[in-house]
Write a protein that binds this ligand. Structure first.
Ligand code: DQA
Length: 141
């Protein structure tokens, strides 16, 4: 199976940035965890701080078995990501490390959620692990 794991703005600094909120793992650590948990999966990992580049990464996932996306702060206002996701017909999961509902009120709203199948928040790295499991089950039917 082929699964694309897309991380957006500021997620390249994971591990250093607010560890009390996002945990101490780096993005590399999370990617290695996914490889360990799912040795049979062919992962495509992408991270960018540029919204247009993320649109390209979303399109690249067309034809795969599914995608995970943590859009970072784009979650809350980037309609272009919503529209790009809407146009890609694979299982899609929006993942947040932190519980966005327990933080600032502006984090409670996602403009991306209407364009995905499922949302995970607050499970730190385990949210990515759970989201991959969901995508694999979906691709089996
Ligand atoms: C985040 C939550 C967003 O509100 C925030 O801007 C991030 C990370 C999360 O993974 O918890 O950058 O998407």
């Amino acid at each position: 199976a082929s699964v694309h794991v897309l991380n957006g703005v500021n997620l390249g600094t994971l591990g250093k940035r607010r560890p009390e909120v996002y945990g101490t793992l780096t993005l590399d650590d999370i990617e290695n965890l996914l490889r360990d948990e799912y040795p049979g999966v062919n992962f495509e990992f992408r991270q960018t701080d540029h919204e247009g580049e993320m649109v390209g990464f979303i399109r690249e996932a067309a034809g795969s078995d599914g995608l995970l996306i943590n859009p970072g702060a784009w979650t809350h206002y980037a309609y272009a990501l919503h529209d790009a996701l809407e146009a890609v017909d694979v299982p899609k999961v929006e993942v947040h490390l932190s519980n966005v509902h327990a933080r600032e009120t502006w984090r409670r709203h996602s403009v991306v959620s209407p364009a995905v199948d499922a949302v995970v928040a607050g499970m730190r790295q385990w949210g990515y692990v759970a989201a991959v499991r969901y995508v694999l089950e979906r691709s089996l039917g």
